[in-house]
Structure formats: structure tokens, C-alpha cells
Design a protein around this ligand. Structure first.
Ligand SMILES: O=P(O)(O)OC[C@H]1O[C@H](OP(=O)(O)OP(=O)(O)O)[C@H](O)[C@@H]1O
Length: 212
């Protein structure tokens, strides 16, 4: 039976499925896709608190709706998406290799990975104050990679903004988050007889649709 938690995110109540990470731990699974109201609310709440910036940068995939909505609300006509793979049409691609580890109480090792941008997007970031945006931060790997990318392209990281940050994520001093992805001791998690996740989510969106 699916275990769920209900929590408030960006001013709306949502039910998140719980995923068993190991014998002792469950974590809530936050997927921002599909939820227009939550994305709009989160964009507004984050924009009220972030430092001044010129441009938003995210990494595909799930950060894209939030990056778009924050850019739209901020009156910006352009935002940049770093790709995880070079596409066949990207003949002028700029590839940045990310490696190393995120240092903290417990270092997070990074698999070597590459991010790709068009030349035009890469040049656009040069000299700009760039706000890094993602839907959630779990181990901090995406924010770390975007930070390295901006650095390599001659931009300045103005700050980092996300909807939820995982409990126990490395401490990122510039990170603004609206809440936490909770983790639970498996012994204390009760199975709640709820409908399947998709249906619950759809109902929640309908219920909250009026507050757009
Ligand atoms: O803090 P991190 O350890 O980087 O984890 C957070 C990232 O993980 C998820 O993306 P995922 O890598 O699953 O890719 P997707 O957006 O393409 O689904 C999420 O959307 C964040 O981008």
C-alpha cells in the first residue's frame, strides 16, 4: 500500500508518496511536474526573497517549469537550460565537465558528468549575475554543477533557489528553499489507505485550482 505524507508547499497542501530508501528510512518524493499552481506560487515566493539577478539558469529536466515561471514573473524574456546530453543539432555546443566532490560534514563524491549549452547561451551568461534554479535539492549535485558551469563561462552566481531541499543535504550557504523534503524512520511510518498517487495529485490540483 502506498505510504503518503501531506504537507504544505508554497502555500498549497499536497500529498507526497513516500519511498523506502533502506530498511530504516523513508523519504518523501517531490515531483513538481504537472502542478501549475504550486509552480506559480513557488516562483512568486522565491522571487520575493532572492538577491538581484540578470538571468536564470537551470538544468534539464524538472527545474525547467520553475525557471520559466520565475523568469516570466520577473519580466525576463530569456532563461537558460543546461542540457545533460548534446543534441544532434547543437553543432556549436559548449561542453563543461563537472567532477570533484561537494565538501561538507560528509563529502558527496560526484560522478564525472558533462553539461552542454549552445555557444549563444554560453556567451549570454558571460558577465551576468546568474540565479541558479531547480525544483529540489537532494545531494546538491545539480547546484554544484551549475555553479561550476557559471564560473567556467565567466558569469557570477547571484544565488540559488529551489522549492524543497532534502533533509541532510549538504549545506549550500547561498541556497534559498521554501521547505524541506522530509525523511522518516521506517518504524514510525504508517501505511495510509489512499488512492494511487496520480489520482490523489489530480484531485489536489482541482481542489486548489481556485487559488490561482
Ligand atoms: O541535488 P541533486 O542531488 O542534484 O538532486 C536534485 C536533482 O534531482 C532531480 O533531477 P534528476 O537528476 O532526477 O533529473 P530530471 O530532472 O531529469 O528528472 C531533481 O529534479 C533535481 O534536479
Amino acid at each position: 500500500m502506498q505510504k503518503m505524507i501531506e504537507m504544505e508547499i508554497a502555500g498549497v497542501r499536497r500529498r507526497l508518496p513516500l519511498y523506502q530508501v533502506d530498511e530504516e528510512t523513508y523519504e518523501a518524493v517531490f515531483i513538481a511536474f504537472n502542478d501549475v499552481t504550486l509552480t506559480q506560487n513557488a516562483a512568486r515566493a522565491l522571487l520575493e526573497q532572492v538577491p538581484d539577478f540578470d538571468c536564470i539558469l537551470t538544468e534539464e529536466t524538472q527545474g525547467v517549469p520553475l525557471a520559466f515561471e520565475m523568469s516570466r514573473q520577473a519580466g525576463l524574456k530569456r532563461y537558460i537550460v543546461a542540457r545533460k546530453q548534446a543534441k544532434a543539432h547543437m553543432d556549436d555546443v559548449v561542453a563543461i565537465q563537472i567532477e570533484g566532490k561537494i565538501e561538507g560534514e560528509e563529502d558527496v563524491p560526484l560522478n564525472v558528468r558533462k553539461l552542454y549549452l549552445s555557444q549563444e547561451d554560453a556567451l549570454y551568461l558571460k558577465g551576468k549575475r546568474v540565479l541558479l534554479v531547480d525544483d529540489c535539492v537532494l545531494h546538491g549535485k545539480t547546484m554544484y554543477a551549475l555553479d561550476q558551469l557559471v564560473d567556467a563561462l565567466g558569469g557570477y552566481v547571484a544565488g540559488m533557489a529551489t522549492i524543497l531541499v532534502q533533509e541532510g543535504a549538504p549545506d549550500l550557504p547561498d541556497l534559498l528553499a521554501l521547505g524541506r523534503v522530509p525523511m522518516f524512520d521506517a518504524a514510525s511510518v504508517q501505511a495510509v489507505p489512499l488512492e494511487p498517487v496520480g489520482l490523489v495529485y489530480a484531485e489536489a490540483v482541482d481542489e486548489e485550482g481556485a487559488d490561482e
